[in-house]
Structure formats: C-alpha cells, structure tokens
Design a protein around this ligand. Structure first.
Ligand code: NAD
Ligand code: WQD
Length: 345
C-alpha cells in the first residue's frame, strides 16, 4: 500500500527529527526540507537507525523562491506540510531582527504559495507560547489574549499565525492548525537524536546538561525573587516525543476530516508548571550528579510564570502527554552523554 507522504520543513532540526520518527512509526512517508542552517545531515541516518527507514532529505532554503517551488513540485503528491523551519533564538532575533523577519516570514510565504499551487490540503505550523507574553490569567487557554511579542522572534510567530489564518479564511489553503508549544525538552529514548545547540545554549535544559558534562562551569539561575513557590521562574516543560506524537495526532485529525474549524489552534504542554529549581532537582535525581548553580539577577524579557491549559488538545485530538519531568531530564542527560560522539560535533 502506498504511504501517505508528508513534507516536514525544518525536519532535520530538533523537533522536526523527533516528529519524523513518530510519523514514520505511524506509517507515513516523510520528506525533510531543510537548509541545514541549524542542523546536521547525519540526522537522517539516526532516524533510520531508530525506524528502519531513511527519510528523504531535500537540502533547500525555503527563502529561495525557485528552489523552494521546485522542491514542492517534486513532492506535490504530499497530503500535508508540517512547517517547523524557522530561526528560533530569542536573543539573536533582538540583535538581528531583519534576518529573523526575512527567514521566518519569507519561508512561510513560500510554503503557503507552494501549497496553493500544488493543492496540498493540510498545514500544521510550529507556533510558540511566546505569543502569550506574560498573560494575566494562568493557565493560558487558546483564547487567552495575545500580548505584544517581546522579541522579533515572537513577532514572527504572531505574524505567521495571522498569515495562515487569513490564507485559510480566504480559501487559499483548505485547512491549517497552529500548535503553540510551551517548553520542549528531552530527547528520543535511544539517544540517537536530540537537541544540538550551536554555541552557548540560551535554553535551560541544554545549559544544565552541558554544565553537568563539564562544558560550562556553572548554571546561572535567572532570578530567585519571583512570586513562585520557590522564587525561581516557572514554565511548562514538555517532552519532545510527546510533542512529536501530538503532530501525528493533529495530522491524522486533519486527514480524517475531523477538523471543524478550518483554522484551529492548540496549546501543547503538560498543563503543569515546574520551577527552575525543580528542573535542577529532577536532573540531579535522574543523572545522579550534583549540578553547580548560582542564583543571579533576572534575565530581561523573562516572564515569571506560564503554563498551559491543554484541555482543547485532549478533547479534540485525544492527545495527552505521557512523560513526566524526570523522563525529560533523564533523556536530555542521556543524549548529552552520547550526542557529540554520535553526531560528530
Ligand atoms: P531547530 O533549529 O532545531 O529546527 C529548525 C530547522 O529549520 C533547522 O534544522 C534549520 O536548519 C531549518 N531552517 C531554518 N530556516 C530554514 C530555511 N529558510 N529553509 C529551510 N530550512 C530552514 O529548531 P526546533 O527547536 O526544532 O524548532 C522547530 C520549530 O518549533 C521552529 O519553528 C521553532 O520556532 C518552533 N518552536 C521551538 C521551540 C523550542 O523551544 N525549541 C518552542 C516553541 C516553538
Ligand atoms: C526557561 C527558564 C529562564 C537558562 C524560550 C523562548 C520561547 C520558546 C521556548 C521558542 C526561564 C531559566 C534559562 C539559564 C535559567 N522558544 N534559565 N538559566 O525563556 O521559557 O522560552 O524557549 O518558541 O519562545 O523564549 O525557555 O529554556 O530559555 O528558560 O535560569 O541559563 O529557565 O530564566 O525561567 P523560555 P528557557
């Protein structure tokens, strides 16, 4: 039987590669479109080791119109696109806003245009909890009003959502779903794929694992005076494989014609918040290592607390997270220990 083909843009990246595994395990044929600006070609072999199937990798920059359109033409038989490709470093986007707007908006435009041209009917988009800013009420639902984004990166996510919404409302794209990820962490249990941050990590989990392995001297905990249970900031960390499985379920929902709203939005988190100290304690428990850390000033732009209401994804998609914080720190650590050797970095 012919497999249903799905295009994943940014499919060689952190979340895309885990989703490629989940899609292949669910029986889909996966094509990765990636310019490898923040990923490594080696990932396709790692995916093959896990699933037994090597996904096709198209080395294409989605901002280059001819390249992008030619690639979509080669895969016009695809039934859906999952659009992960983006630049994602918040601080870098403040320093290089034009580069971020160019990459994240032009690539989105080309995806929408190519989907129209080739009648590819389903789109799933990687959005982010960053669109909520510091919300007035917690947990946040999909109807919580969006705040002015705190960074050009966040602006691109808000703008991308608007571009998709308008394209769907005008009938240019039959249907689309935006998935607002909270804080994705962890790695596939095989430790064959995971997050490979270039340079000094901005995010908490890779900074923790790099400190524990000795690449960083100590973790700076940004702020100990927040109005949270232990004074450190609180986030909704979600295991990347739970996130990957949510994409499969969202896609199946679309393909089975169950999507009532032509454009729909789902929060993807666990619904439970953890403080920075709770993450550190979980890491120390699962790794058996003491983590050197120091509480320092707050990081500018950080919100004190945010966590998701995930009732909508549970009710409509039938999706719930399966993995807890200990599983997130355990797999993040396992990946850190083997990653560099395996990925040749
Ligand atoms: P990632 O950097 O690991 O993956 C993104 C991939 O897109 C990379 O492989 C990169 O090479 C590719 N890419 C970027 N620009 C491209 C272009 N013009 N053409 C082709 N490929 C291009 O990041 P990730 O963590 O896997 O994030 C995936 C998506 O999820 C992004 O849209 C990101 O904004 C979003 N997101 C990530 C997080 C997070 O904390 N990781 C949270 C919320 C949302
Ligand atoms: C988590 C907590 C930090 C590093 C970012 C983006 C967001 C989304 C996910 C893409 C915070 C604290 C961190 C460190 C620390 N990405 N921390 N020491 O800021 O919640 O979200 O990634 O869409 O848009 O903003 O994630 O992992 O950077 O921080 O104390 O060295 O860890 O202050 O409370 P954040 P994070």
């Amino acid at each position: 039987m012919t497999k249903t083909k799905i295009i994943t843009t940014g499919g060689a990246g952190y979340i895309g590669s885990h989703t490629a595994v989940a899609l292949q395990e669910a029986g889909f044929e996966v094509v990765l479109i990636d310019n490898l600006s923040n990923s490594n070609e080696e990932v396709v072999h790692q995916i093959a080791k896990i699933t037994g199937t090597t996904p096709r990798l198209e080395k294409v920059d989605l901002c280059k119109e001819q390249e992008a359109f030619a690639c979509f033409q080669r895969h016009q038989d695809a039934m859906g696109v999952i659009h992960f490709a983006a630049l994602k470093a918040v601080g870098e986007s403040v320093a290089q806003p034009t580069r971020y707007y160019h990459n994240n908006l032009v690539s989105m435009l080309h995806v929408l245009e190519a989907m129209q041209k080739h009648n590819i009917p389903n789109l799933i988009f990687s959005s982010s909890a960053t669109v909520y800013g510091q919300p007035d009420q917690l947990p946040v639902t999909e109807n919580t009003p969006l705040q002015e984004a705190a960074s050009p990166y966040g602006q691109t996510k808000q703008m991308n959502e608007v571009m998709i919404r308008d394209a769907v409302h005008a009938g240019e794209i039959p249907q689309a779903i935006s998935l607002r990820y909270f804080n994705p962490v962890g790695a596939h249990d095989s430790a064959l794929i995971g997050e490979l941050p270039i340079g000094i990590p901005n995010n908490l989990m890779p900074f923790i694992t790099q400190t524990a392995i000795g690449i960083r001297k100590e973790l700076a905990v940004f702020g100990g005076d927040y109005d949270t249970p232990d004074g450190t900031a609180l986030r909704d960390y979600i295991h990347v494989m739970d996130l990957a499985e949510a994409h499969v379920q969202a896609l199946q929902f679309q393909l089975e014609g169950k999507q009532n709203e032509k454009y729909d939005i789902y929060n993807l988190g666990t619904g439970v918040g953890s403080t920075v100290l709770e993450v550190i304690h979980s890491f120390e428990k699962t790794s058996g290592r003491k983590l050197p850390y120091r509480i320092v000033d707050r990081r500018p732009g950080d919100v004190a607390m945010i966590y998701a209401n995930v009732d909508k994804a549970a009710k409509s998609l039938g999706w719930r997270t399966q993995r807890d914080l200990d599983e997130m720190t355990r797999t993040a650590w396992k990946w850190e220990q083997y990653a560099r050797e395996k990925m040749g970095s």
